[in-house]
Design a protein around this ligand. Sequence first.
Ligand SMILES: [Zn+2]
Length: 163
Amino acid sequence: MSDVELAPVESFELDHTKVRAPYVRKITVEHGPKGDAITNFDIRLVQPNEGEIPTAGLHTIEHTIAGLLRTRLDGVIDISPFGCRTGFHLIVWGEPSPTDIAVAIKASLEDIAERVRWEDVPGVSAVSCGNYRDHSLHSAREWCRLVLAQGISVDPFDRSVLA
Ligand SMILES: [Zn+2]
């Protein structure tokens, strides 16, 4: 080890070989000085080290789910892709359950898979995105269909898939 100092991060303590995606996992609940709670979730769409969503499809899912999820779930602060491209961090106000989250994610993925059209995808111009050429609704749809076919589990280790 070098003498560089790094704080421990929960996400890197998770044994990625033990999980069974797709799943929703509560990572942490943080409390602010006034008692407000913020919960961080691991929205894992692809089995770690067995695949990854290509960047263009992931980018389109990111843009679209940002709007779709907020129509179904109160208190969304951010939903952003993991660098490994197997899923998203979701940060929300309060302490919703993994089931609350999984229901909202599933419905949003269903929209992307079957209902969203290209003209619905927000922020696909040079003005509103940092890499607007790198989008694919086709890829987004196909990956959402694959996730939905496998089902979203509310337990990261034992499959407990939403009906
Ligand atoms: Zn973008």
